[in-house]
Design a protein around this ligand. Structure first.
Ligand code: FES
Length: 396
């Protein structure tokens, strides 16, 4: 001890005396406290449940048709959770014997939630299982169950530039429509230049609504780009690096993308040419592809079938599963309820323990924590079987 040479100043001495008393004071306070279990609900928990409900029960109040293959559904409910423009709701569905979810971007202004309503827009996907069923079956008066608002595809002033270039394709317009409404209504404060790619003018969703918003605020600008039709008042071609550069004009900007996988594949290469910093490029979720067969690193045989053993709520189920489908799809198809939200590897709701077997998880969808990877957890929404599997699934 004599080798240490330090001085305790008077004020430091007081600190040490205070610290010395702190432990017995806390022990005394703990001894006086009640050991009864906490009953009732804390206000903070109540607020948490209100802002982030696990489920919401909603009624379809109105159906708005957009041509033959797309509809908007106005949904009403009690005390709806508020949302950020760009977020989605995960819709729970029962189709035949299948139990499944699908995420759909909220397409209205965030102000609507305060008035007890949301809007979702659904477009029929070729070979889609859920979208066609929704369009053909949902009607006014039906009750549906959704998650609370989810997702991170929204404007964040701490991270994003004040000018956002939105790149939209097809139904990928819906989160941008919500952002445009939010800017018009004063809920969000940034400038949005939207490059919206469609095949033909008749394929443009929300054409007049977007024009009205652009008229109401100079913070929103819309550029329509048609790939299959040359028309006055529309750009012709695709969303290229040149088109993006013209839109941002050299000032700092963030680029947000939402559209089909084919659009991402093309537009990502165009964005690469512009050398943006990574944090300024934001993608809405990539859904796992219907089959891994064409993915670059896939070394399995998508034609094979495997056995999936599921340990769940104390019981064990055995299912047959195609190598071409994700583990989540196999569960849903068999009518096994399993937690999920984004279906693109991001949210972690479907996180499950892989006890046995091997899966293929495409690198671009693998957003697991490193600890989860080393402990053998997978995200079934984007994991394709490479062998027979045994997994543990937990309730939500
Ligand atoms: S459902 Fe979101 S990670 Fe699987």
């Amino acid at each position: 001890m004599s080798n240490f040479n330090f001085h305790v100043k008077p004020i430091g001495l007081f600190d040490m005396l205070h610290f010395k008393k702190m432990v017995p004071a806390r022990q005394q306070a703990l001894a006086c406290g009640s050991a009864d279990p906490v009953t009732g609900v804390y206000g903070s928990n109540k607020l948490g449940d209100r802002l982030h409900p696990k489920t919401q029960r909603l009624t379809i109040a109105e159906v708005i048709e957009h041509g033959e293959n797309a509809k908007s559904f106005v949904l009403t409910g009690e005390q709806l959770a508020p949302f950020r423009a760009g977020q989605y709701l995960s819709v729970s569905l029962k189709i035949g014997t299948s139990i499944l979810t699908r995420p759909y971007s909220i397409s209205c202004s965030p102000k609507w939630a305060l008035e007890g309503k949301y809007a979702l827009t659904v477009k029929r996907q070729p070979d889609g299982f859920a979208s066609g069923w929704i369009l053909d079956n949902w009607k006014v008066g039906d009750e549906i169950t959704t998650s609370g608002p989810e997702g991170t595809f929204y404007y964040e002033p701490l991270r994003d530039a004040k000018h956002v270039i939105g790149l939209a394709g097809g139904c990928g317009i819906t989160p941008f429509l919500s952002m445009a409404y939010a800017i018009r209504d004063g809920v969000e404060d940034f400038r949005l230049t939207l490059l919206y790619g469609s095949r033909k003018e008749c394929d443009i969703l929300y054409h007049s609504e977007l024009a009205e918003i652009a008229k109401a605020t100079d913070k929103v600008k819309i550029v329509h780009i048609l790939s299959d039709e040359k028309k006055d008042g529309f750009e012709y071609g695709f969303i290229t690096a040149q088109a993006i550069q013209t839109a941002f004009g050299g000032e700092p900007c963030s680029v947000f993308l939402c559209g089909p996988a084919a659009m991402y594949a093309f537009v990502d290469k165009e964005i690469d040419k512009l050398n943006f910093e990574g944090k300024f490029i934001r993608h809405e979720l990539y859904a796992a592809p219907a089959s891994p067969g064409k993915l670059k690193d896939y070394l399995g045989d998508a034609e094979k079938r495997f056995v999936l053993t599921v340990k769940r709520y104390g019981e064990t189920l055995t299912l047959s599963m195609a190598a071409s489908e994700t583990v989540l799809v196999a569960l849903e198809r068999a009518g096994v309820s399993a937690p999920s939200r984004c279906r693109g590897g991001e949210c972690g709701w479907c996180r499950s323990k892989l006890d046995q077997g091997e899966v293929f998880l495409p690198a671009y969808l693998d957003k697991r924590r490193m600890a989860d990877v080393s402990a053998g957890y997978i995200h079934p929404c984007c994991s394709y079987p490479l062998s027979d599997l045994t997994i543990e699934v937990w309730p939500e």
